[in-house]
Ligand binder design. Structure first.
Ligand SMILES: [Zn+2]
Length: 296
């Protein structure tokens, strides 16, 4: 599903719910005498008011209240748009609303590529001596995710050895961002590389769908950078494009990696490295607990 299709799906869903409501209203007018009588009374009063005739304000108020109560009793509640930002039009300020981006991202990427976790449920005792450092680190990342875009950080690099909890932390970040209604895409570096290759080699209409969600989602999580192969003319070019465009347009990118900053520099080069470790935009950390999975 592309963005325009997502916009149409969101708008169509709202129209369908409104039609269902209107049909339910018609059905009740035909089948429920109390409701039908209340509607007749209400409409007659509103009509005479609209014509400028002298009306009894108190009587109108009572009639409307009674009508509301009957509707409530019958479960006849007008549908609200699901997205308060765009009112289920799928667009806001001439751009695609985040609800449309989120729907397109979901339909294109299926499930999130990492398991979700809650900041509230982290058991810091598994991090042993590093417990307090982890508590502080999780809290910093939580603050960034809870306040984005109202903070300066746009690029989070979580480095560390295998089993150090960086993907777990990314899962906490993803959940918090999703809870805030932001479009989140999380995939492994391997899957991202696949999309770069598809975009590079595909020449039909489906081309854009491989790359666009990575550029447009509010938060992109690339897990385990460094485990993918470097494909000539593909990996470095599109990785740079994605990170650079996202930094420039103020979107959040979170990367987990086994590699040290030095290894990232030698593998990905100066251009990508400088975007990942931009002094003002980046939050980079290296998780140091021993492999906690060994503890079990
Ligand atoms: Zn919306």
């Amino acid at each position: 599903m592309n963005y325009s299709e997502a916009v149409r799906a969101i708008a169509a869903n709202y129209i369908r719910r409104k039609r269902e409501y209107e049909q339910a209203e018609l059905d009740l007018l035909a089948s429920n005498a109390e409701f039908a009588e209340s509607e007749r009374e209400k409409r007659a009063l509103l009509l005479s008011e609209a014509k400028g005739e002298k009306t009894n304000g108190e009587k109108l108020k009572k009639t409307l209240e009674k009508n509301e109560a009957i509707r409530k009793k019958l479960g006849l509640i007008p549908p609200e748009p699901r997205c308060p930002i765009c009112g289920d039009t799928g667009r806001t300020n001439g751009k695609f609303c985040d609800c449309a981006v989120a729907l397109a991202v979901r339909s294109n990427s299926g499930e999130l590529g990492i398991p979700l976790h809650s900041f509230e449920e982290v058991d810091f005792s598994v991090y042993g001596d590093e417990k307090e450092n982890y508590r502080k680190l999780f809290s910093q990342v939580e603050t960034i995710c809870s306040t984005y875009p109202n903070n300066k950080k746009r690029c989070l690099v979580l480095g560390g050895g295998t089993g150090n909890g960086k993907t777990y932390l990314a899962g906490c970040a993803a959940k918090r961002l999703l809870e805030r209604g932001l479009s989140v895409m999380a995939l492994t570096a391997f899957a991202a590389n696949d999309r770069f290759l598809k975009y590079h080699t595909c020449f039909d209409g489906g081309k854009a769908e491989a790359l666009e969600p990575l550029l447009h989602c509010s938060a992109l999580i690339i897990d385990d950078l460094g485990t993918e192969s470097i494909l000539k003319n593909v990996t470095l070019e599109y990785l740079y494009q994605v990170i650079n465009e996202r930094n420039t347009s103020g979107k959040l990118t979170l990367i987990t990696t086994n590699l040290t900053p030095e290894r990232l520099l030698s593998r990905y080069g100066e251009r990508i490295y400088s975007r990942l470790f931009d002094k003002s935009l980046s939050f980079a950390t290296y998780l140091k607990a021993n492999d906690i999975r060994k503890a079990f």
